[in-house]
Design a protein around this ligand. Structure first.
Ligand SMILES: O=C[C@H](O)[C@H](O)[C@H](O)COP(=O)(O)O
Length: 221
């Protein structure tokens, strides 16, 4: 089975967590895109969606799936019923690294607004420790050098994501070479540096359920 076929299977499996009459948070990336395509079959059953990026909003709208702003949604309901999104890495405690597509900040916000975070991945994303995948940090542009210097002090190798601007108008610094043994502590520490918008460790907003596709089927972790 190819990686794309595994992504397809796990995207379809996530439909089980979509409840009729609710607002659904939708992630960003190639796996989330397959979920969006599958969700199109349920578009008349749900109240609407909240998108974690402009790209996701465009894809949802292309299927005729209603897209609401988060503020608008939370004026109608107390919380989103579920947030479905992919990840770049996950560990046994369902801590995640996200932001390979640069959508980490809005993803974290939408995840925080949902009762349940269902993460959809294929088996290539499973790790013992986060950090093999370079950790993205969304940064206010004027703070770039300050933050890169702080990352070096922590033992990481910061690399500016060349020519990339987030949906929020900021830049991304990818941190290479970190073995992340304390995801919660590093998430908090990096977020305490002035100029950091957020970083791609999802430990506070870790997944409630990871659905992992393997060639033998979809496992629930
Ligand atoms: O910013 C991007 C997101 O965090 C994605 O969820 C993550 O990069 C995984 O994407 P994919 O499903 O394409 O591997």
């Amino acid at each position: 089975m190819t990686q794309d076929e595994m992504k397809q299977k796990v995207a379809e499996a996530a439909l089980e967590y979509v409840r009729a009459g609710t607002i659904v948070g939708v992630g960003t990336g190639s796996t989330a895109n397959m979920f969006i395509d599958a969700l199109a079959g349920m578009k008349d059953e749900i109240l609407g969606t909240v998108a974690s990026s402009e790209a996701t909003a465009t894809r949802l709208a292309g299927h005729g799936i209603p897209v609401l702003g988060l503020n608008e949604a939370l004026q109608q309901v107390d919380s989103l019923s579920v947030y479905v999104d992919g990840a770049d890495e996950f560990d046994a405690e369902r801590n995640l690294t996200k932001g390979g597509g640069g959508a980490l900040t809005r993803e974290k916000i939408v995840a925080a607004a949902a009762v349940q975070f269902v993460c959809i991945v294929d088996q290539t994303k499973q790790v013992e420790y986060l950090g093999d995948f370079p950790l993205p940090i969304e940064v206010i542009p004027m703070a770039r050098e300050l933050i890169m210097a702080e990352v070096v002090k922590l033992g990481g190798r910061p690399v500016l994501r060349d020519g990339f601007i987030t949906d929020n108008g900021n830049i991304i610094v990818d941190v290479h070479g970190m073995k992340i043994k304390d995801p919660l502590g590093l998430e908090d520490h990096l977020n305490s540096i002035p100029g950091v918008v957020t970083n791609g460790i999802f430990s506070h907003q870790g997944a409630d359920i990871v659905l992992m596709a393997t060639p033998d089927g979809v496992e629930k972790i």
